[in-house]
Design a protein around this ligand. Structure first.
Ligand code: NI
Length: 190
């Protein structure tokens, strides 16, 4: 089942998501499968649970589309449950980011290149791993979602001002998008 993707402006995207207890969600694998299906349907490389209206610390990533640039990413498909970033290191670098909740807007965002992260996989196996480059980039973007942050928060005041109207339009559903979305400022029944 595909979820509709929650658009910019919905308060769920601004909430710090809560940790998941394994007993609390016995059907977590179904949720994870549905998130992958939603992500692939929208041709995304990552999707966080708040983007489908679930305020829980879960995100999924498939960065294999970047294998041309970074061959190590050929099979990079990973699920992150209850992730905590332990450390970010290196000199910040810019990368043009987009977000399925903010269609049609792409901006250069600066982040550190290496990340050390603790998380559980879909089988509740614990990992503590270090990722760099584009893998780290996608992880940092998705991790921000479970912290209630968006890439647009990281832009300069000028860039923010320049995209303000387009962000408001997205909240109202005034945007061309090929996947199903839920827009916070669209009244029900319209
Ligand atoms: Ni995003």
């Amino acid at each position: 089942m595909k979820y509709p993707i929650i658009a910019y402006g919905d308060p769920v995207l601004r909430r710090k998501a809560t940790a998941i207890e394994p007993d609390e969600y016995p059907h977590i694998k179904q949720i994870i499968d549905d998130m992958y299906e939603t992500m692939y349907g929208a041709r995304g490389v990552g999707l966080a649970a708040p983007q489908v209206g679930l305020s829980m610390r879960l995100f999924v990533i498939d960065a294999s589309v970047f294998a041309d640039e970074e061959p190590d990413l050929k099979d990079f498909k990973k699920t992150f449950l209850n992730a905590t970033i332990l450390e970010e290191t290196g000199e910040e670098w810019g990368f043009n980011e987009g977000c399925l909740s903010i269609p049609d807007i792409r901006e250069d965002v600066y982040r550190k290149p290496t990340v050390k992260i603790s998380y559980y996989d879909e089988n509740w196996k614990h990992h503590e791993d270090i990722f760099s480059g584009l893998a780290a980039r996608v992880i940092q973007h998705e991790y921000d979602h479970i912290e209630g942050k968006l890439f647009t928060d990281k832009l300069s005041p000028l860039r923010k001002r320049l995209i303000e109207k387009r962000l408001n339009d997205i909240s109202k559903g005034i945007v061309d998008v090929e996947y199903k979305m839920k827009f916070p400022a669209v009244k029900k029944g319209r």
